[in-house]
Design a protein around this ligand. Structure first.
Ligand code: NAP
Length: 283
């Protein structure tokens, strides 16, 4: 694949660009973004070789779309309009149902592969891009049967070359499960951060007393609201369901505290320690 276009050159797109260029040094990496300053930064960091526009997509062998999910829903049909018959388009959006729906009847639906790389950090923009982000990480692919076999193969070769494992899922199940393991964790971190900030108006005190437990738990609260608001909007129903269960658990914990029922609190935490086995099992 010679001409590779990145629409969005932030953490996810930029990190893909680094690994793909390492794997395929002959490739020319083209960058497309809303803001010229973002593209200039991507050029300066050597994430991309040159700037491009949507109209240049006719020359693309591969297009990787990594912009916020609402922007992906809006732009994806236009991207498919602009490409050639042999171009592969993949996205990296954290939701999948709305994105797949946006192009379900498009005449080039078979050029598109819906993906969600389960990799990332709380940082954003071109300066957040890092090499090796995807090594050993899972890429969830949805509706694989809707992509031509030849283009599926191309994508799989590339993902495997940069060290990714592949899982297949339908978009509805993806959005349901991801609400628990990713979206709820972010809300929980944001609201933990808010609770502490509201109580500890003097930020100095937070830094002085914040141990590594607080820092690691609240890390995701540094994430970009511009990326997360559209995710919560697109996955509203599932996210509300997870929040209801989470709030019930918090409420229950509070009631046990009020009842001085510390033996039950011990049991609750002991049962939840099972998370260690689950997480070790997936490493
Ligand atoms: P990011 O670092 O903030 O980069 C987003 C990029 O999209 C920037 O290049 C930005 O460029 C551009 N952009 C922002 N708003 C746009 C809009 N309305 N229209 C067109 N372009 C726009 O975000 P990211 O973390 O790479 O996330 C990109 C995608 O990957 C999202 O769909 C996200 O759901 C998904 N994802 C994220 C993670 C994660 O942990 N961060 C993990 C897996 C998947 P400008 O500065 O020019 O606007």
């Amino acid at each position: 694949m010679k001409n590779i276009f990145f629409i969005g050159v932030g953490l996810i797109g930029g990190s893909f660009a680094i690994d793909i260029k390492n794997y395929n040094p002959e490739a020319v990496i083209h960058g497309i973004s809303r803001k010229d300053e973002t593209l200039n930064k991507a050029l300066e960091l050597k994430l991309i070789d040159q700037k491009a526009t949507i109209d240049d997509l006719k020359n693309a062998d591969l297009v990787i779309v990594s912009i916020p999910v609402d922007a992906t829903v809006k732009l994806l049909p236009t991207i498919l309009d602009k490409i050639s018959d042999t171009t592969l388009v993949v996205d990296a959006g954290s939701t999948k149902e709305a994105i797949c729906k946006a192009v379900e009847h498009h005449k080039r639906r078979r050029n598109f592969l819906a993906c969600h790389p389960i990799a990332g950090t709380e940082k954003s923009g071109p300066t957040a891009a890092i090499s090796g982000l995807y090594k050993g990480k899972t890429n969830i692919i949805c509706e694989v049967e809707k992509t031509t076999f030849k283009l599926q193969e191309k994508a799989l070769d590339l993902f495997r070359a940069i060290g990714m494992r592949i899982r297949y899922m339908d978009p509805v199940s993806h959005d349901k499960h991801i609400a628990y393991v990713s979206h709820l964790s972010h809300i929980s971190a944001f609201m933990l951060g808010k609770t502490v900030i509201n109580k500890e108006k003097n930020e100095r005190d937070i830094f002085d007393m914040a141990g590594s437990g607080f820092e690691s738990t609240v890390r995701l609260a540094k994430s970009s609201p511009a990326m997360w608001t559209p995710i919560f909007k697109q996955n509203k129903e599932n996210v509300i369901e997870t929040l209801e269960e989470y709030i019930n658990n918090l409420q229950n914990f509070k009631e046990l505290m009020q009842q001085d029922n510390f033996s039950e609190i011990f049991k609750e935490m002991e049962n939840t320690n099972y998370i260690k086995q689950i997480l070790n099992g997936i490493k």
